[in-house]
Design a protein around this ligand. Structure first.
Ligand code: PGA
Length: 253
């Protein structure tokens, strides 16, 4: 069955002490207030993964994600972090292909494919991001654009590898802008993504894949977005940095 997931992408925010407090606040609030079946994921910066891994390991409510991974297994790649390193400190998920990495670090489709492979090979689960810039939406080319992103990085995976993947649709014009996709815009793109996935993999796998919405998702709009048939949760940036807002989003199913 499709999992309902809310993942917090902290990006480059928080110090160590702040990270520990945020996670313990979220943990307490989720324990007290959330009774539905939701997978909660936090994606802090690399230096905090090990300590947070100790808190989330054996915790059935909270799971840990990295924001990036190297496509290489090991070796002379200064500044990079491998999937096996992430695994060794308790990381379960890896965000791959976030638009900020595609834009600022020039990660192309082939590199993302290699990152997906490296991640899955270590038994970690990728959260693969896609989403169009504003000019593609304005030119009514958003479906083709996202379809190509999916095809160019995901289609070379086997069915078994694809079973590990969660997809996040994040229109770039909605990220950090306060401008959210309408629930209708989200639903039609999510349905399109699922259809594309069913062409690349088997229909059951596509049906069971969680597809998250990301882009200015907040406690005020999460409920309507999550109510859409093909929206299985959210990838949350700004609002994941406040325990109250993040927990309220988790309660929005
Ligand atoms: P936002 O970011 O919620 O701050 O718009 C979402 C993301 O980039 O994952």
């Amino acid at each position: 069955m499709r999992k309902r997931i809310v993942a917090g992408n902290w990006k480059m925010n928080k110090t160590y002490e702040e990270a520990l407090s945020l996670v313990s606040e979220i943990d307490n609030m989720v324990r007290d207030e959330v009774n539905g079946d939701v997978t909660v994921i936090v994606a802090p910066p690399f230096p905090f993964l090990q300590s947070l891994g100790k808190l989330t390991q054996g915790n059935d409510l909270m799971h840990l994600a990295a924001q990036n991974v190297s496509e290489h297994d090991s070796g002379a790649f200064t500044g990079e972090v491998s999937a096996s390193m992430l695994k060794s400190v308790g990381t379960e998920y890896v965000i791959i292909g976030h638009s900020e990495r595609r834009m600022y670090h020039h990660e192309d489709a082939q590199t993302l494919y290699k990152k997906l492979k490296a991640t899955i090979a270590q038994g970690l689960k990728p959260i693969f991001c896609c989403g169009e810039p504003l000019e593609e939406r304005d030119a009514d080319n958003h479906f083709e654009y996202v379809g190509k992103q999916l095809h160019d990085s995901l289609s070379y995976l086997s069915n078994e590898e694809f079973d590990q993947v969660t997809v996040a649709y994040e229109p770039i014009w909605a990220i950090g802008t306060g401008r959210t996709a309408s629930s209708q815009q989200a639903q039609e793109m999510h349905a399109y993504i699922r259809e594309q996935l069913s062409r690349m993999f088997d229909a059951e796998a596509a049906f069971n894949t969680s597809i998250l919405y990301g882009g200015s998702c907040n406690p005020g709009n999460a409920r309507e977005l999550f109510a859409q048939e093909d929206v299985d949760g959210g990838l949350i940036g700004g609002a994941s940095l406040k325990s109250r807002d993040f927990t309220d989003i988790i309660k929005s199913f």
